[in-house]
Design a protein around this ligand. Structure first.
Ligand code: HEM
Ligand SMILES: [Cu+2]
Length: 495
């Protein structure tokens, strides 16, 4: 129950609303030079539907059998009335369906806003990469959340009305369905979902790396094209989550090959990050530390994906802590670090105050050490054969020797958790007592949001800006004396 709620809340109610909901709604209008999102009413509907879906989920905690307990993936038969008869699981299914509706509405709003409300002169490749990330995420959301919604609706019917979409064998009294069908539906959505979560963070990191290296993002256009390619390919690889479901070898090999092709755009993308850092005048302010942290943890997470995407190694690694380590590196660690970097960076634009830089650095290093301890430890454990989702792994003889490493992981988690206290303190302290930022552009960045006061006023721009150059025009030696960047509203100075 605890782990089901942890996974569900983190993925659907923490990462999604913070990076996509909060930063998406805040940054899209500001960075494309618009006064608001294009459908404010729909935005509101999206927010409230998602909010109430969270309430529905939480109500499960107070039902007689407690909250849902069949994992964040809620595979049947575990998630049917036979596996989990409590109302908590029914409420989970309803909640995720509602969230699907809410997020789809939001996604339509994001896509339409980016397509129609860009300031005059702003071509797609003049958008900051942050917006590119959110744009791709919104497209995946709009296409694939309805798939999950449909799956949840069918599961709900199985639970409430006696249908048998996902039941088979003797328990399927109304004709035979197929439990594995749900896995297909779930992962058709689920693999794109992992990119839904990571793309905004990728975009933010790509921008931060350029801005704090004080030079244009290396191959920015290619980076955007790689995001598009990865978005498209991410729709074709979901089968790699199901290698052990006895699918035909032809299919496993097809999914394996498709999975490997994602490495190509990913590698180009990653090289561009390194290219951006190469010979930059790097400023190690807190947002940059977090961005560089993402480069490290995402590199590790992505590489471990290759072992999971290969059928032969995955048969051994599937359902071990190696998978848990992998997806926390790629998803939890990368998204957390990227999200924190974004908070430190846009804090002045959001609330008109700066956070304490020294505390921010402590926060970074303790979190970074903690999370590497946790997730690296998990990967070693998984490689040694420790399964996930066991009540007590140590009743098995061969896992008894893994207790010390598990203890180490626990202490790392405590360290990581404790480090977040620093963040909470820093954040609240800045809000209440933080020094007001007078300068509209404390970091010296050229994108549109830095042309207006801190915090961003209601209606953002008095006059809609006209865009004349890209988002990372920095380090040009021909710029006027004492300036190393230019605003997007200024005509590009020749290099
Ligand atoms: C870079 C290329 C990547 C490859 C080749 C890859 C490959 C895989 C494979 C094959 C699995 C299934 C392993 C198994 O269950 O046996 C898996 C699991 C997973 N991956 Fe990745 N992955 C990659 C990147 C990512 C990213 C970027 C994210 C998230 C942002 C992510 C999140 C996940 C999650 C959430 C799971 C497991 C979910 C679960 O079973 O509960 N992966 N990955
Ligand atoms: Cu996947």
């Amino acid at each position: 129950m605890l782990f089901t709620m942890h996974g569900t809340i983190m993925i659907f109610y923490a990462i999604t609303p913070i990076l996509i909901g909060a930063f998406g709604n805040f940054l899209i209008p500001l960075q494309i030079g618009a006064r608001d999102m294009v459908f404010p009413l729909m935005n509101m509907a999206s927010f409230w539907i998602s909010f109430f879906s969270g309430v529905v989920l939480m109500v499960g905690l107070f039902t007689p059998l407690g909250a849902a307990a069949s994992g964040w993936t809620s595979y049947p038969t575990l998630s049917t009335l036979i596996g989990d008869p409590g109302n908590g699981q029914t409420l989970w299914t309803l909640a995720i369906f509602m969230l699907g509706v809410g997020s789809t509405l939001g996604a339509i709003n994001y896509i339409t806003t980016i397509i129609t409300l860009r300031a005059p002169g702003m071509g797609y490749f003049d958008m900051p990469l942050t917006i590119w990330g959110i744009f791709m995420t919104a497209i995946l959301n709009a296409v694939f959340l309805p798939v999950l919604g449909a799956g949840c609706l069918l599961l709900l019917f199985d639970r409430l009305f006696g249908t048998t979409f996902f039941l088979a064998g003797a328990i399927a009294t109304n004709g035979t369905g197929d439990p594995v069908l749900f896995q297909h539906v779930f992962w058709i959505f689920g693999h794109p979902e992992v990119y839904i979560l990571i793309l905004p963070a990728w975009g933010i990191v790509s921008d931060l790396l350029a801005w704090f290296s004080r030079k244009p993002a290396f191959g920015a256009k290619t980076t955007a094209l790689c995001m598009i390619t990865i978005t498209i390919l991410s729709t074709l690889v979901y089968g790699h989550h199901m290698f052990t479901t006895q699918m035909s070898p032809l299919l496993t090999q097809t999914f394996m090959t498709l999975t490997m092709t994602i490495s190509i755009p990913s590698a180009i993308f990653f090289t561009n990050w390194l290219g951006t850092l190469w010979r930059g005048s790097i400023r190690f302010d807190s947002p940059m530390l977090f961005a560089m942290g993402v480069v490290f943890v995402f590199g590790l997470g992505g590489l471990t994906g290759l072992y999971l995407g290969t059928v032969t190694t995955d048969i051994y690694l599937h359902d071990t802590y190696f998978v848990v380590g992998h997806f926390h590196y790629t998803m939890a660690a990368s998204v957390l670090l990227g999200g924190f970097g974004a908070v430190y960076f846009w804090m002045p634009k959001m609330f008109g105050v700066m956070m304490n830089e020294c505390l921010a650095k402590w926060h970074f290093w303790l979190s970074f050490i903690g999370l590497n301890g946790i997730f690296m430890g998990m990967m070693v454990l998984g490689y040694a054969g420790m399964h996930r989702r066991l009540y007590n792994p140590f009743v098995y003889e061969f896992m008894k020797g893994m207790v010390p490493l598990n203890t180490f992981v626990t202490w790392s988690a405590i360290l990581m958790g404790a480090a977040q206290v620093i963040f909470v303190y820093n954040f609240i302290h800045a809000l209440i007592k933080g020094k007001k930022v007078e300068d509209p552009n404390p970091w010296n960045i050229g994108t549109l949001e830095w042309t207006i006061p801190c915090p961003a006023p209601h209606y953002n721009f008095k006059e809609i800006p006209v865009v004349k150059c890209g988002p990372h025009e920095m380090g040009n030696p021909n710029l006027p004396e004492g300036k190393d960047f230019q605003y997007q509203t200024e005509k590009l100075v020749k290099v």
